[in-house]
Ligand binder design. Structure first.
Ligand SMILES: [Zn+2]
Length: 253
């Protein structure tokens, strides 16, 4: 039996059989993994308490015929304050789910793993006002689109690739990007987007949370950005995940 260690964030856990669990871990070393905690629900099991979704853990894994099993676990970080707020807990659920949906097994992405850890640390310190949490979730989603390279081009028309002008921009849910005026007829469900909303999305996509947090925007324009974010997630995720998981995902948002 060969043992090795990985460090990462627990994304999810599912009960399997009577006393075991299957954990999804987003690790620095190997990207997303699914590993078993055998007998972890037995009253005397030592591992269970360390392995909550959102925790950063160091795991010792043993490879066997039927997958990998956790033989030891050390909890390196746990967002305790997040657990005391329903609003923050919802945000944590959202970001863990988004990472789970946006990544494939065994695809290493150190930048994304580090970003996830950073975001959980920020969430821990954030206040739990509804609108700040909503903005934080939007920021997280746009940063992830950017980091995994699946996000839309924000400076060019999604159809003809021409540079966009200040005005006369629509968002196409169908194509998941901006349409310049010359291409409006490509999607008759496309929505006109105010310059303010578009600018906010650029900031969400490219800037740090400190800058996003201070960004001043009118309520209606922020709401429009939220709708575009949801539509963009739909567009990106639909190509990557099975439908039943997508439904879960949207509910979480
Ligand atoms: Zn165009």
């Amino acid at each position: 039996m060969s043992l090795h260690e990985v460090t990462g964030v627990i994304l999810n856990r599912r009960d399997v059989r009577e006393d075991s669990r299957l954990y999804t871990v987003f690790s620095h070393e190997r990207g997303k993994l699914e590993v078993f905690g055998r007998g972890i629900k037995k009253p005397k099991a030592k591992l269970g308490g360390h392995l909550e979704p959102g925790a950063t853990v160091k795991l010792t894994l043993a490879r066997g015929k039927s997958g990998e099993t956790i033989t030891a676990a050390e909890r390196l970080y746990y967002p305790n304050l997040v657990m005391q707020s329903l609003e923050k807990l919802a945000t944590l659920g959202f970001i863990l789910n988004l990472i789970d949906c946006a990544t494939k097994l065994e695809a290493r992405d150190i930048t994304l793993t580090s970003f996830l850890q950073e975001a959980i640390g920020r969430l821990e310190k954030l206040n739990d006002q509804k609108n700040q949490q909503a903005r934080f979730r939007m920021w997280f989603a746009w940063r992830v689109f950017h980091l995994i390279g699946l996000g839309p081009e924000l400076d060019t028309c999604v159809h003809c690739r021409k540079a966009l002008t200040e005005k006369g921009i629509k968002f196409s849910p169908l194509m998941g990007g901006w349409l310049g005026m010359e291409c409006w007829n490509m999607d008759d469900k496309a929505l006109v987007v105010q310059a303010e909303t578009r600018n906010f999305i650029l900031v969400l996509n490219r800037n740090t949370w400190e800058e996003v947090e201070l960004f001043k925007i009118e309520n209606g324009a922020e709401k429009a950005a939220a709708l575009i974010t949801l539509s963009e997630m739909h567009h990106i995720m639909e190509r990557r995940i099975p439908a039943e998981r997508f439904v879960d995902f949207v509910r979480n948002f």
